[in-house]
Ligand binder design. Structure first.
Ligand SMILES: [Zn+2]
Length: 131
């Protein structure tokens, strides 16, 4: 694959999630590769600063890859306003990343994973079966 003609179609602080999507694409015949996964694994406090692990596909496969990932993505909607602009937040707050960089070691901060509605700012915890 020509690295310069690739495009990033997904990124996450969860290296496992990125590799799972790579495997899903490859099982459908779309070649893909992951970058920054080692940095995100060995220096998790820097993962957010570098944008997490990134999933790349060749530009000619971009449309097909996005369709495959879209089919596999569970459709979520806000329980209050039923808008589908919902994001899953499972990373440490940005201030903890800054403190980790400043002090030179990871600052462990527990943050409850949750969904966030971009439309009405509603937040809710995922159901246990979603993990
Ligand atoms: Zn909402």
């Amino acid at each position: 694959m020509d690295y310069q003609k690739s495009t990033v179609i997904f990124s996450s602080n969860s290296v496992q999630e990125v590799h799972l999507k790579r495997a899903q694409l490859e099982s459908e015949g779309v070649p893909a590769f992951v970058s920054d996964d080692n940095t995100s694994t060995w220096f998790p406090h820097l993962a957010q600063a570098i944008g997490g692990a990134k999933l790349h596909v060749a530009e000619k496969f971009e449309q097909q890859a996005r369709e495959i990932l879209d089919l596999l993505q569970p459709k979520l909607s806000c329980p209050d306003c039923h808008d589908n602009r919902v994001v899953f937040i499972n990373n440490a707050p940005f201030w903890s990343t800054l403190l980790s960089v400043y002090f030179g070691f990871p600052i462990p901060v527990h943050r409850q994973p949750h969904y966030h509605c971009s439309s009405c700012q509603n937040r809710w915890a995922p159901q246990e079966k979603e993990f």
